[in-house]
Design a protein around this ligand. Structure first.
Ligand SMILES: O=C(O)CCC(=O)C(=O)O
Length: 274
């Protein structure tokens, strides 16, 4: 039988004045997000830390449902979401949002300062439709594009993300064009990402993406993080809720303490550097 040689990828180029550089895994992931809209990054957590995270997720969820009530959450279509888990007490969620490897990639993507706009625990329930199971951007209703990302989503996989349990679908490069694509584009280009528990799926927030149908008997859990330039308002005022938390200066900056609206002209003037 004749063997077919694998295609050889050309390595030469010509007519190139500018090129991206690859000095670390962070450059690789950032380039993927910039060019095709998504990439995968290992968080670096140990098995023990991942186990703790999984338990913290479940406990935070139980307390959340107790605090806000199942009926109320269901009627607001919020039963499969935990809003701002980093404000509920377990420091593991603060660490998840300020993971140094993750911030190294976000720094490469959002030019200048950025803040955490929102953190949500999300649950894709088995054998059911759920609120993230439809194509959307993470800046919904926005139909513009920017030449560098204004917002980045880091979806932390608490469980393995598989084809069977409805892992995230993406429409590659749709962060490059303002409109929602045609059905034909979707049919030809939609692809489903596979990722392991402990990895972050990074998305340019303008890429269209969707959760898939979870055909297994177990939930698929994740924690999403949206980082934005500081000019976008947060979903929930994190500095207010974290006022008494034990945070270092770097964490405070990422959670938006330095970028709050001034409540008066006096406050504004007092906040100006001397
Ligand atoms: O559940 C998923 O895989 C998708 C989550 C999602 O759409 C989001 O975080 O915006």
């Amino acid at each position: 039988m004749t063997k077919i040689a694998p295609p050889t990828i050309p390595t030469d180029s010509y007519g190139v004045l500018f090129r991206d550089k690859h000095e670390s895994e962070f450059d690789d992931v950032a380039e993927q997000v910039r060019r095709i809209g998504y990439g995968i990054l290992d968080s670096g957590y140990s098995i023990k830390e991942l186990k703790h995270l999984s338990e913290a997720f479940n406990l935070t969820r139980t307390n959340y449902i107790q605090s806000y009530g199942e009926m109320r959450l269901r009627s607001a279509k919020e039963f499969h979401t935990i809003r701002a888990p980093l404000t509920h007490g377990d420091p593991v969620f603060v660490r998840l949002a300020t993971n140094e490897k993750l911030l190294n990639v976000v720094r490469r993507l959002i030019i200048g300062k950025f803040i955490l706009n929102q953190q949500n625990g999300i649950i894709n329930p088995p054998q059911k439709n759920y609120n993230q199971g439809a194509w959307h951007r993470d800046l919904p209703y926005q139909h513009y594009i920017s030449n560098s990302p204004l917002a980045v989503n880091a979806l932390f996989c608490v469980d393995d993300f598989t084809f069977e349990n409805g892992s995230t679908f993406v429409l590659p490069a749709t962060h490059k064009t303002p409109n929602y694509p045609s059905e034909s584009y979707i049919r030809r280009n939609a692809l489903q990402i596979k990722a392991k528990a402990g990895q972050y799926i990074l998305l340019d927030c303008m890429i269209f993406h969707s959760g898939g149908f979870n055909a297994t008997n177990a939930e698929r859990r994740a924690v999403n993080h949206v980082y934005t330039i500081p000019y976008f308002k947060q979903q929930i005022n994190l500095p207010d809720l974290l006022r008494h938390a034990d945070l270092n200066q770097n964490q405070k900056e990422i959670f938006g303490f330095d970028f709050q609206e001034f409540t008066s002209i006096d406050n504004y003037l007092n906040g100006r550097p001397r």
